[in-house]
Design a protein around this ligand. Structure first.
Ligand SMILES: CC(C)(COP(=O)(O)OP(=O)(O)OC[C@H]1O[C@@H](n2cnc3c(N)ncnc32)[C@H](O)[C@@H]1OP(=O)(O)O)[C@@H](O)C(=O)NCCC(=O)NCCS
Length: 190
């Protein structure tokens, strides 16, 4: 099966599909509280059936080319993932997202995984704009957006509800030309 090395010892980006629901649920159980502070993912993947259904939603999106999901594995163990919740080829706009279980945080895994998928979206799929929607209190996620060269564009007041509480959402984004310029700088102008 394919896997893309993430430049950290033993860390790879690869498929995360409905048949892997058991592996996904075990991973989610290790990180449920940490992952759920700002995102509903643990709540919508509470047991094997709902975990499989969530993975199937992304498999369906992939088949329709309207979304994507990948797993991050460290030494063969699923520790997180990255996704395109929205992937609109007509408008050239997509929205990326991510999560990690706590033991895998602090090593740059998500930043590196996002670099791979944003590069794919921009260079191979001609996406014009990659968005990042984040709770303003979610500093680690905002730091990922910053590391990806995104700009904070807006704050939508009380647009979301999380754990019964109205929450603001910040919109961050990087445009294709900004992404390419950043990549050129990173590779010394190659
Ligand atoms: C958002 C989330 C994935 C960020 O995790 P993270 O580990 O901070 O992000 P990365 O994997 O990119 O790692 C960055 C950290 O590794 C460090 N790092 C080490 N080597 C690095 C490298 N080569 N490149 C980038 N960062 C590196 C960074 O300094 C940073 O650590 P710091 O925050 O202590 O400064 C995590 O907090 C999470 O899963 N939260 C719950 C789910 C969630 O909120 N998802 C986002 C929804 S918008």
């Amino acid at each position: 099966m394919y896997a893309i090395p993430l430049g950290v010892q033993g860390a790879e980006l690869g498929p995360l599909e409905p048949w892997q629901a058991g592996e996904f649920l075990a991973h989610m159980d290790r990180g449920r509280e940490y992952i759920g502070r700002y995102v509903p993912l643990p709540e919508v993947t509470a047991d094997l059936a709902s975990a499989r259904a969530w993975l199937q939603r992304f498999a369906d999106k992939a088949a329709a080319d309207t979304g994507r999901l990948w797993g991050i594995r460290q030494d063969g163990r699923l520790v997180g993932g990255v996704l395109f919740r929205v992937f609109d080829t007509e408008s050239g706009v997509c929205e990326a997202g991510c999560w990690l279980e706590p033991s895998a945080a602090g090593n740059g895994l998500v930043t590196r995984a996002c670099e791979v998928i944003v590069d794919w979206a921009v260079e191979q799929r001609s996406m014009h704009r990659v968005e990042w929607h984040v709770d303003p209190a979610n500093t680690p996620s905002i730091n990922v957006a910053r590391r990806l060269g995104m700009t904070r564009e807006a704050r939508l007041r009380e647009v979301g509800v999380h754990r019964g509480e109205r929450r603001d959402v910040e919109i961050w984004a990087v445009l294709a030309r900004e992404w390419r310029a950043r990549r050129r700088t990173a590779t010394g102008g190659e």
